[in-house]
Design a protein around this ligand. Sequence first.
Ligand SMILES: [Zn+2]
Ligand SMILES: [Zn+2]
Length: 405
Amino acid sequence: MLPKRRFAWLMPITVCVVVGLAISIVAVRDASAQGAVPKGRTAAPIVDGQYPASYFPNTELLGKDEMRITALGTGMPNQTRAAVSISYLVELGNGDMFLFDCGSGMLANLFSLRPDFSRIDKVFASHLHVDHVGDFMALHIGSWLSGRYSPIHFYGPTGATPELGSKTFIDGMKAGYAWDIATRSGALPDAGGQIEVHEFPFMQENEIVYQENGVTIRSWPAIHSLDGAVSFGLEWNGLKYVFGGDTYPNKWYIEHAMNADVASHEAFLPPAALATYFGWSMAQATYVSTRIHTEPSAFGKVMSQVKPRLAVGYHSVQSPENNAAIMDGVRSTYDGPLALARDLMVINVTKENIVVRMAIIDEYVLPPDVTQAYVDAPRSDDKSPSQMVLDGKWKGYTPPPMPKK
Ligand SMILES: [Zn+2]
Ligand SMILES: [Zn+2]
């Protein structure tokens, strides 16, 4: 169903990187769609759809008509190192980047890609569960430290009442992290410390949440726990990616995800696996798996209707038993193209091809390089504790003189 992948000419370079041989590649810093590429990597175009078997971040130029979707988190609120909470990164050939959800734990996976953080300034939140938004403040501060010099934008739904909506969530985050933001303001670019929230009605049906630069993102309701959960559809350049968030199978998804190029939707642990995983009764596991979420066989039924070029299931924990149970459930009702997402699974999408690979990343990766615009962005003065606290400095230590600016 998916095109055959072959090792391309790029392989010798990637092998060199893996074995740690020195390669003298000058860092690319330009304003093209690829953005800033860290030193030690060079980006090359994919020729004739021949992708390397694995994805090495910052080694491939994204085609101008191409979309790259990276699963940054596919797991549960109780994370493992192999499966953190939900998040997807979408990169477009026009240079735009979008995050769909930023569940707890996703940030390390995002940093492992060493992206140009000046471009990662938009998060679309499907709902306000911690496994979907728990890393938002970590992302905000981490990306502000690593190249983002403009405000971060949070697009999220209303709730049944204002207290349950995205604006209240972000106001609370700002209040809770007031000290953190205040300490870093001045040393880091001023504008990068700002959060702008864009709240939209959870009940809107396929209405526009975002439209810019040829990209349209729409939302429709999801059925999950309480009012205030949504799914998103991103359309650009004749390609469509759908991010389901968390939901019970619903009519809006089937209508608006119809014929998407890539349709992602939760494929939750089936009741028996969930009961074992959490030590729950079958009654509770059945309720959560089949009333709050979508069990694998129901995911398959949804995808049999939607008929995407690629169906992507997520929201589980990895174990041989669980993986087999999920695959069996999906395949009992759906025989189309399928990827059960893992953290750092990468999906390249063009009109001709959809290629699914795993990213190869380093455990001890450095932060990405920053752009000159980040270095030059306005900063106000450094902050300092009060004189009373400064008077407590131990006289037994003298710091080195400050270098000239
Ligand atoms: Zn949820
Ligand atoms: Zn969830």
